[in-house]
Ligand binder design. Structure first.
Ligand SMILES: *Cc1c(COP(=O)(O)O)cnc(C)c1O
Length: 410
């Protein structure tokens, strides 16, 4: 029996909890004069655990977050929500992808909170509520406003019609209104002001129609790390509503690349976060390669001098991005072996990758290889992989394949 899988993703509970607590501390850390005390008390985090907790594993991450004090979790689909409900029986769960045909019954059974913005979605829910003999106002819904991202949410032009449908579906209760920013990581972007203004207008219109949602929310990791959450908290404050900030990537120890004239605070906050996931494997075998030896598919790399190569039992089927491949004229990514960088040589293949260990003479089969994480004070982050692969840390983490076992650690 395998005692420890060779290729594995180690998931650190203490780091996830520390990141969560740090983000919680940011909620109330801003300038006292800018923040009314009653507002601080009514701001909470919605911990985003969509996409299998950004690749980290819904179980164990979601229960760890709830034990650390999370009152709200956000996921994408009803399927994920049903699985999450089994793991976390009491927490509030927002399904952030809009409700789709055929999902209403499962959603109500699992007591998930749907995102809605089309009259049809309200009708599906009200039918399902009838079928379940639910009392009036017993199905909470969160209405998403498209404040300028053109993805999900009701357009301001269609809001009045939607509110009319809501008046005629009394089984439903408008408990939340929210929006999502396209450019939260671009701190000076005019897009943010335009979206905030559109959101404010929509919320005013909703209040004028006689609805008083308990929760009005916007903002993600970037918003919180950049300490911009007070800007949109003015909107819920005006309407006496509570608010949520919805961090995802920061829980797992990463942040987007910030841009703007003053990113110092955001960068300082980023530096407090700790990557939760470490991706490791072991050397399968080593070999000597005389000058002129071709390595890997299409011989994109030919040893210019005598080299020592190590074979790793990991490839793009595990989520190791093929853009980390190298040729003789262009470098790729690297891994850590004995605390030294071992560059990837030639093409990353489906299940195998070759690295250069010429300068690590004691590298031997069975030795630990760090693909993401720390070793002897050196580290490789998902930001490094993102740079090599011209991607973003989100995609790097989500791409780690299900076949790589997630192993719980301290
Ligand atoms: C994914 C998502 C978030 C979290 O975004 P991060 O950049 O990971 O913090 C917040 N809100 C919504 C609606 C999302 O889809």
């Amino acid at each position: 029996m395998l005692t420890s899988p060779v290729t594995r993703a180690e998931i650190s509970r203490s780091r996830l909890v520390a990141n969560f607590k740090y983000l919680q501390s940011l909620l109330s850390a801003s300038d006292p004069p800018r923040r009314a005390p009653e507002l601080a008390a009514s701001t909470d985090l919605l911990a985003v655990v969509k996409a299998n907790a950004y690749g980290h594993g819904l179980s164990p991450c979601a229960p760890w977050l709830v034990q650390a004090g999370a009152n709200w979790l956000g996921i994408t689909s009803v399927e994920e929500g049903v699985a999450l409900r089994r793991l976390c029986p009491k927490v509030r769960i927002l399904v952030m992808r809009g409700l789709m045909h055929g999902e209403a019954d499962a959603l109500i059974d699992a007591q998930l909170i749907p995102t809605v913005w089309e009259p049809q979605q309200l009708l599906w829910l009200s039918d399902a509520a009838h079928k379940h003999n639910l009392a009036l106002g017993s199905v909470p819904v969160h209405l998403e406003i498209d404040s300028g991202m053109s993805r999900q949410g009701v357009d301001l032009a269609d809001l009045e019609k939607l509110l009319e449908t809501l008046q005629h579906t009394p089984e439903l209760r408008l408990s939340g209104v929210y929006t999502h920013f396209a450019s939260a990581d671009m701190l000076d972007a005019e897009q943010n002001q335009l979206q905030r203004a559109a959101f404010r207008k929509a919320v005013d219109q909703i209040a004028a129609a006689g609805f008083h949602p308990q929760w009005i929310h916007a903002g993600n990791s970037s918003t919180l790390l950049a300490q911009q959450h007070d800007l949109q908290n003015a909107i819920p404050a005006k309407h006496g509503a509570k608010t949520l900030i919805r961090p995802g990537i920061a829980l797992y120890g990463y942040a987007p690349e910030f841009s703007g004239s003053d990113i110092a605070a955001a960068e300082q906050a980023r530096a407090q976060l700790q990557p939760v996931l470490a991706w490791k494997t072991a050397i399968a075998s080593t070999r000597s390669a005389p000058p002129g030896t071709a390595v890997g598919y299409n011989a994109t790399f030919v040893a210019p001098t005598a080299m020592r190569l190590a074979l790793l039992p990991v490839g793009y089927a595990d989520g190791l991005n093929r853009k980390l491949s190298s040729t003789n004229s262009s470098a790729g990514g690297h891994v850590l072996i004995h605390g030294s960088a071992a560059p990837i040589v030639g093409r990353v293949s489906m299940d195998l990758t070759v690295v250069d260990v010429t300068h690590i003479p004691n590298a031997a089969p069975g030795d630990e290889v760090v693909i993401l994480g720390e070793q002897h004070g050196q580290r490789i982050t998902a930001d490094d992989h993102a740079r090599w692969a011209r991607s973003i840390p989100y995609e790097i983490l989500c791409a780690i394949a299900p076949r790589v076992p997630r192993v719980i650690c301290k």
